[in-house]
Design a protein around this ligand. Structure first.
Ligand code: SF4
Length: 217
């Protein structure tokens, strides 16, 4: 049986798709935030992790080399893991790359697939949390970057404004609440969700067969 966490813990990527409307089921984030990851069953993934890891590492190494050649001091992946304590929850994350030079900084994330608005939001959340959670970066002004296989998006530091902070803080409070968030089952979203019917009885299992021809057209 899923075991409750003592303090709600929220991973940055559980927020990003909800914030931009790419996902709607807040209950999935609420459940993960409030229960220990090791305590509940999960749908096995069919995702090719090895291929993704190879592509991701190649893009990240190229970005690291470019920045180091331009004089930046660069830290990658596990070096950048953070936990930021708020009044309702702990926010955790791990930016792919943090680069610093004097009081300027770059937070960069690598994406191997198609560009999505949630990628920008992910980097904005890192730009908010990293200087607060990691003492060595307090006072550093960050800009953000998302690196794709064929291009790079720049995210100015002023994107972390009061409106953005209010929006994600409100979502964190809903996911951290003792009251369950809204469950929004759909065949598309449930197909990307690893929570089983044991914990989510509303889960819609993907249809393996083709669609029945019932339309009049
Ligand atoms: S299985 Fe579907 S309804 Fe259940 S939590 Fe996941 S996305 Fe939401």
């Amino acid at each position: 049986m899923a075991q409750k966490r003592e303090i709600p813990y929220i991973w940055v990527t559980w927020l990003t798709k909800l914030l931009v409307g790419e996902h709607s089921c807040e209950w999935a984030g609420w459940f993960r935030s409030n229960h220990l990851n090791s305590s509940f069953n999960k749908i096995p993934t069919t995702f090719d992790a090895a291929e993704w890891q190879l592509n991701h590492t190649t893009l990240l190494n190229n970005a690291r080399e470019d920045l180091e050649n331009s004089g930046w001091t660069v830290f990658t992946e596990h070096q950048n893991a953070f936990r930021l304590r708020g009044s309702s929850a702990i926010l955790g994350g791990k930016p792919d790359l943090v680069a610093v030079s004097n009081n300027k900084g770059i937070i960069l994330d690598v994406k191997t697939g198609q560009p999505l608005p949630s990628h920008h939001v992910q980097v904005l959340l890192y730009m908010y949390a990293v200087p607060k959670a990691l003492r060595q970066y307090s006072g550093v002004t960050f800009e953000g970057r998302v690196v794709y296989p064929n291009h790079l998006d720049r995210i100015p530091g002023n994107g972390v404004d009061s409106n953005f902070v209010n929006n994600f803080s409100e979502l964190i409070r809903r996911l951290a609440s003792v009251y369950p968030a809204r469950r929004v089952p759909s065949s598309l979203e449930c197909s990307f969700c690893n929570i089983t019917k044991i914990d989510c009885p509303d889960r819609i299992e993907s249809q393996k067969e083709g669609l029945e021809e019932t339309g009049d057209f």
